[in-house]
Design a protein around this ligand. Structure first.
Ligand SMILES: Cc1ncc(COP(=O)(O)O)c(C=O)c1O
Length: 437
C-alpha cells in the first residue's frame, strides 16, 4: 500500500489511502480484517515516514486477538486474566486492555495508579510487589486492590496490623525451574520471588495467630515457558497448598506463556493447557466440593506480537570480518537482545527484494550493542528501514536515556487509524529533573 492517508486529527493518520476509502464498505472490512494478522511492510514504512524513527508501533486488534484466544482456551473454567502491565504501560494500551475486560497485574504502586487512572476498578487489579517498602503495600491496601504478599516478614507485619480485615493472596515459590532464560526464571530455589513451599508451617503459624484471611495463592515460575507440563506441575503443588487455606477463592498460576520470536519457535499451546487446567479444576471441585477460580497474568502473550520497532540504517560498516548494519537505535531502546540474548526477527522493509547478505545488526550506543548476529537480510542500504518484530513486550518499557539519547515515539494502530500515543523525547526531557547547582 503506497501510503499515506490524509491526516485526520492532530496526531492521527489514516492507514487507508484515498483509493481504498472509495472501495465498498465490505471491502473496507476486509482490509481491517487483514490488518488483524500483521502490519504490512508498506503500512510500517508509511508510519516510519509519518512519525519518524526509531518508532514503536502497536496493533490493537492483535492484542484483542490474543486476549480472545486465551479466554476461549479457558472458557470451561472460572478463569480471570490480569494483564501484566510491566510489559507495556502506555496508558492508551492500558485503556484498550481495560476495554477488553481483562484485569491488571501490577508490580509497583505506580503501575497500580496508572491502572486506576486507565479505568480498572480496584477489584480488577492485582498488586504483586517484591522487596518494596511496607508503606507501598499499605498504599495498595488503601487503594483497595488485591494484594499478593511474597515475603514471610511482610505477611507477619500485615497480619499483625490488619488481621482478617483485608483479604490477601500469598505468592509461593514452588521450586520449579521454568522460563526460557535464567534471568527470567523465577520459580527456582535461588530465586528472590515468593515464599518457599517449604515454609508452609511458618505461614500457617502466622495465619493462625493473626487471623489473616487468605483468599488466593499464587506462583509464577518464569517467562517463555513452552512446555504446558511446567504449569501443570505447578498446579499440582498449588492444589496441595490449597488444603491449608479454607477461605481460598482462587489459584493464580502467573504467566510465562511463550510466543514465537524465532521462525522455528513454538508458542505455548494455550488450547491444550486450557483443556487440562479446566479439567483439573473440575476434578478438584468434584473431590473437594470447592469451585476455585484460576487466575493468570499474561504480559508477553498479549502484547509482544502486537508490537513493531522500526529503525533506520545509519551506516553500513564493512570490517575485515563482518558487515555491520548500524541503526539509529540501540539497547537503550530495545534491551532484550543484550539482556537476555533474545532473538527478534528483523526485516528490511525498504528493500525486501534485495539480494540476501549476511549482516550483524548493531546499535549506536557506545558499548557493545548488538541486536543480531549473522542475520541473512535482503541487501541493506544506508537509509533503509529495518523492523524488529515481537517488540510490544519489554521493549519501550525497558528503554532508557543511556548515552543521553532520546526515547522513541509510540504509535497505536486501531481500527485502521494510527495515533501517536507518546511523543518522541526532546532534548529538554534530558534536563527535566535536573537541578542546576
Ligand atoms: C509475577 C509475574 N506475573 C506475570 C509476568 C508476565 O510474564 P510474561 O510476560 O511472560 O507473560 C511476570 C513477568 O515477569 C511476573 O513476574
Amino acid at each position: 500500500m503506497p501510503h499515506q492517508g490524509p491526516v485526520t486529527g492532530n496526531n492521527t493518520v489514516s492507514l487507508v489511502n484515498g483509493l481504498q476509502r472509495r472501495l465498498a464498505q465490505s471491502a473496507r472490512c476486509a482490509i481491517f480484517a487483514a490488518m488483524a494478522q500483521s502490519l504490512t511492510h508498506q503500512q510500517l514504512t508509511a508510519l516510519a515516514q509519518q512519525f519518524g524513527t526509531p518508532l514503536y508501533v502497536y496493533h490493537a486488534e492483535k492484542i484483542k486477538e490474543q486476549y480472545e484466544a486465551l479466554t476461549a482456551a479457558f472458557e470451561k473454567c472460572n478463569a480471570r486474566f490480569f494483564y501484566a502491565c510491566k510489559a507495556l504501560t502506555n496508558p492508551n494500551i492500558l485503556k484498550y486492555v481495560q476495554g477488553l475486560g481483562a484485569g491488571l497485574d501490577c508490580v509497583s504502586i505506580n503501575e497500580v495508579k496508572l491502572g486506576l487512572r486507565a479505568g480498572f476498578t480496584p477489584d480488577r487489579i492485582l498488586y504483586t510487589p517484591n522487596c518494596v517498602d511496607f508503606a507501598e503495600i499499605e498504599e495498595g491496601k488503601a487503594l483497595g486492590v488485591n494484594l499478593n504478599i511474597d515475603n514471610i516478614s511482610v505477611l507477619e507485619q500485615f497480619g499483625n496490623k490488619y488481621g482478617s480485615s483485608y483479604p490477601i493472596c500469598i505468592r509461593f515459590n514452588p521450586h520449579i525451574m521454568g522460563g526460557g532464560h535464567y534471568k527470567i526464571s523465577t520459580g527456582h530455589i535461588d530465586s528472590k520471588f515468593g515464599i518457599s513451599v517449604h515454609q508452609m508451617r511458618h505461614i500457617e503459624r502466622i495465619v493462625k495467630t493473626t487471623g489473616l484471611h487468605v483468599q488466593g495463592i499464587h506462583m509464577h515460575t518464569g517467562s517463555d515457558i513452552k512446555d504446558v507440563n511446567v504449569f501443570l506441575a505447578g498446579l499440582e503443588v498449588m492444589f496441595e497448598l490449597a488444603a491449608h487455606f479454607p477461605e481460598l477463592k482462587f489459584i493464580d498460576l502467573g504467566s510465562g506463556f511463550k510466543v514465537p520470536y524465532h521462525e522455528d519457535d513454538v508458542r505455548t499451546d494455550v488450547a491444550v493447557l486450557g483443556a487440562q487446567v479446566c479439567a483439573a479444576f473440575a476434578q478438584y471441585k468434584k473431590e473437594k466440593g470447592k469451585d476455585l477460580e484460576v487466575w493468570f497474568e499474561p504480559g508477553k502473550y498479549l502484547v509482544s506480537e502486537a508490537g513493531y520497532f522500526i529503525t533506520k540504517c545509519n551506516v553500513i560498516k564493512q570490517t575485515t570480518a563482518t558487515v555491520f548494519v548500524g541503526v539509529n537505535s540501540g539497547f537503550n531502546h530495545l534491551i532484550r537482545p543484550m539482556m537476555y540474548e533474545a532473538y527478534h526477527r528483523i526485516e528490511n522493509i525498504s528493500n525486501p527484494g534485495g539480494a540476501p547478505r549476511i549482516y550483524t545488526v548493531v546499535g549506536n550506543i557506545c558499548e557493545t550493542d548488538t541486536f543480531a548476529w549473522d542475520r541473512k537480510l535482503p541487501e541493506v542500504r544506508e537509509g533503509d528501514y529495518l523492523v524488529f518484530y515481537n517488540a510490544g513486550a519489554y521493549g519501550f518499557e525497558m528503554s532508557s536515556n543511556f548515552n543521553s539519547r532520546l526515547k522513541p515515539a509510540e504509535v497505536l494502530v486501531k481500527e485502521g487509524e494510527a495515533q501517536l500515543i507518546r511523543k518522541r523525547d526532546e532534548f529538554e526531557d534530558l534536563l527535566r529533573n535536573v537541578v542546576e547547582a
